[in-house]
Design a binder for this molecule. Structure first.
Ligand SMILES: [Zn+2]
Length: 345
């Protein structure tokens, strides 16, 4: 009975350290200076997996969708379509009988608005996560005003022409007040104090934790993908900011009574970026070659049920995350092609 009650209180937060960060600028020895918060504060508490392979398509939406389904999805990255296989949100809600308020996604751009729910007929419709698109929300909240927020609204670094019109399960402006309990004025005023879209996402995520305390919260970071501009310094700024935001989120977990002592958090890049030495690519700028640097990345797990201070070098795959969450929470990711990571069980 006590075990059952602990399981009901259990919270899972997944953060993608995205979009696209190489080992050599993060956890490889020469990169560690770029992630001081994770190195100093989080790694000692973590189980760290040094060899995570992504064998799927290296576009941010399709790769993040693959992370959520535990299957390498093949959907068109530049198309606002749902994943073909059930998402972790659907397994979680259907198998564990969880209400709609218990699973949320905070996502970086309009292209991610269908990520919360698949089109799989035995799951899908009404069983997924609500998706918040903070930039979309901010654009709606500030429409017509000269709010000086252009730096927060850039939607997509890889294909600036792609900004799909939204339909379906999108977060409506009315929910700003109803769910997040933020007035439009307070929201836009606070947004003006933030430096990047990922800071805006973290602000929304913290608000969600305070108001809804979802059992499953998925946050997709994306500032790092500014590397497509070709400016290494901006790519570095993105990594340093993401490092800081991950630590701030973990601090927010400790300060929130619903989350403190109940939460397991996973941090992983969606994938890497091209090697400096692959003649088919242009180094850190893109992720087009499918080389080892762009496919090999890492994962950090910390919090309840995690062995601290462990480093695991055995190869795992990014699709192993969802079946691992299933093993932890008690649902069966039946359509995932991955398998539970034994070191997490
Ligand atoms: Zn990219």
């Amino acid at each position: 009975m006590r075990a059952e009650s602990a399981r009901r209180k259990r919270k899972i937060i997944v953060v993608t350290f995205g979009g696209g960060a190489r080992d050599q600028e993060t956890f490889a020895p020469q990169g560690q200076e770029n992630i001081p918060n994770m190195m100093k504060e989080l790694i000692p508490q973590s189980s760290f997996f040094t060899h995570v392979t992504n064998q799927g398509i290296l576009g941010h939406y399709v790769a993040t969708a693959s992370l959520t389904t535990g299957t390498y999805e093949t959907l068109n990255n530049f198309s606002a379509v749902p994943p073909d296989h059930p998402t972790v949100f659907e397994y979680f809600r259907k198998d564990l009988h969880r209400p709609p308020t218990d699973a949320w996604v905070v996502a970086p751009s309009n292209g991610f608005n269908r990520i919360g729910e698949s089109n799989c007929s035995s799951y899908g419709q009404g069983l997924g996560a609500a998706v918040i698109l903070p930039k979309h929300l901010l654009a709606a909240a500030s429409s017509g005003s000269k709010a000086n927020i252009d730096h927060l609204l850039r939607d997509n670094y890889e294909n600036p022409l792609y900004t799909p019109q939204l339909s379906g399960n999108e977060f409506q402006l009315s929910q700003l007040e109803r769910v997040l309990r933020l007035s439009v004025d307070d929201f836009t005023a606070h947004a003006r104090t933030l430096s990047s879209p990922d800071e805006l996402s973290l602000y929304i995520a913290r608000r969600l934790m305070e108001q809804e305390a979802p059992g499953l919260l998925w946050i997709t970071m994306h500032d790092i993908d500014i590397a497509h501009s070709g400016a290494y310094s901006l790519y570095m700024d993105g990594i340093r900011r993401t490092d800081r935001l991950c630590y701030e989120l973990w601090q927010a977990v400790q300060q929130n009574p619903e989350y403190a002592g109940n939460t397991t958090m996973f941090i992983l890049p969606d994938f890497g970026r091209d090697s400096d030495y692959d003649s088919g690519g242009n180094g850190f700028q893109h992720h087009r070659t499918g080389d080892i640097a762009s496919r090999t990345t890492w994962m950090m797990a910390l919090g309840v049920g995690i062995r601290p201070g462990m480093i695991y070098d055995d190869p795992i795959q990014s699709v192993d995350l969802v079946p691992s969450l299933g093993a932890i929470l008690g649902f069966d990711a039946v359509q995932s092609s991955g398998k539970p990571i034994k070191e997490l069980l």
